[in-house]
Ligand binder design. Structure first.
Ligand code: NAI
Length: 358
């Protein structure tokens, strides 16, 4: 059967045809929506998920450019059926029936900004999108990428609580990028293939709240104190490194202010971030399929510390983050880092909660 949005797109002369509306190959798969699909992360993420054999239906939603991205991605000869949704009136159609909702919507940082500086704009965007989830797919797994994740996850949780649909296991803040970076930088220091390295990164997703546990790296290894300082600093500030490196090409526009200008200066697709988000989404889908032993770091509702949310290793399954794994033994350096992380996290969490409950 044709989906209403397919018909609308056909009426607009878009490229979607009847044959695109069947589940190609008949393979069982999951329905995934990307909210903010036309953005820097969203476009690359859409590409990567269209390549994922576990995805049977891919809904691409944005407030701009969604039809163009959809037309482009839909030509890829992989199984997932792609549908585009533009603007708030189409939000509910984009979300209905979804198994996994990935949210990279919102404004990104520009040089000199912290993730927290994004709060005022992104908090409202996340609230609106999560209200849509409560209406249309309250049992979906949610991967929230929009920064500041340390505050947007508490916002999402409060929206879901208000609607009576909150399942703490289904709401995951994406910190995979910190793990991907940590694996890469540690592998460089050790001189080995990054695919063989596993670094747990706990805490949150901003500055000192990003806490790599270098004492628990796999394969087991040791670092000098200089290496620990270098690695911790580089992992915590990896995002800033990217924001600053990309700014060079857009210097003339950097002096412009306002959210629209922020979007205009983002010439570069955020491929690294999208790669990490796609890996994390794939892990969630394998968990939903019932695969055993899927463990990833994520920022979730947690009792690992006294804070209501914390990033740590979680075991993914049919019910989302089915088990929150303990932090394990920390050394003195990591214990000091944990105290610093908790202090900042606590404030960020409060800020998110207050945004909804005030
Ligand atoms: P971008 O500006 O390139 O893309 C954002 C997209 O969101 C745009 O297409 C925009 O139209 C869309 N959008 C804005 N308001 C919306 C709404 N109400 N509904 C749906 N879509 C809406 O930004 P980029 O680089 O893709 O970053 C997106 C977010 O991800 C930012 O908040 C950024 O800070 C965050 N981020 C998170 C990371 C993580 O590891 N968790 C890593 C890097 C960025």
């Amino acid at each position: 059967h044709l989906h209403p949005s397919d018909i609308q797109q056909m009426e607009r002369g878009s490229v979607v045809r009847r044959s695109d509306c069947r589940a190609k190959g008949g393979a069982p798969g999951f329905k995934v929506a990307i909210l903010g699909a036309a953005g820097g992360i969203g476009q690359s993420l859409s590409l990567l998920l269209k390549m994922n054999p576990l995805v049977s239906v891919l809904h691409l939603y944005d407030v701009v450019n969604a039809p163009g991205v959809t037309a482009d991605i839909s030509h890829m000869d992989t199984a997932a059926v792609v549908r585009g949704f533009l603007g708030q009136p189409q939000l509910d159609s984009a979300l209905t029936g979804m198994d996994l909702v990935i949210i990279p919507a919102g404004v990104p940082r520009k040089p000199g900004m912290s993730r927290d500086d994004l709060f005022n704009i992104n908090a409202g965007i996340v609230k609106t999108l999560c209200e849509g989830i409560t209406r249309c797919c309250p049992h979906a797994v949610v991967n929230l990428i929009s920064n500041p994740v340390n505050s947007t996850i508490p916002i999402a949780a409060e929206v879901f609580k208000k609607a009576g649909t909150f399942d703490p296991k289904m709401l995951l803040g994406v910190t995979k990028l910190d793990v991907v970076r940590a694996n890469t930088f540690v592998a460089e220091v050790l001189g080995i293939d990054p695919r063989e390295v596993e670094v747990p990164v706990v805490g949150g997703h901003a500055g000192v709240t990003i806490l790599p546990l270098l004492s628990q790296v796999k394969p087991p290894c040791s670092f000098t104190s200089e290496e620990i300082n270098y690695l911790t600093d580089r992992i915590q500030n990896g995002g800033t490194e990217v924001v600053e490196a990309k700014a060079g090409a857009g210097s003339a526009t950097l002096s412009m202010v306002g959210p629209t200008a922020f979007q205009n200066i983002c010439f570069f697709p955020h491929i690294g971030q999208a790669f990490a988000a796609a890996k994390f989404a794939d892990a969630c889908l394998r968990g939903l399929r019932g695969d055993a032993g899927i463990v990833e770091c994520a920022f979730v509702a947690s009792q690992v510390t006294e804070l209501p949310f914390f990033a740590s290793k979680v075991r993914l399954g049919r019910g989302g983050a089915e088990e929150i794994l303990p932090l394990g033994l920390l050394n003195e350096y990591e214990r000091a880092g944990l105290e610093k992380a908790k202090k900042e996290l606590s404030e960020s969490i409060k800020k998110g909660v207050t945004f909804i409950t005030k």
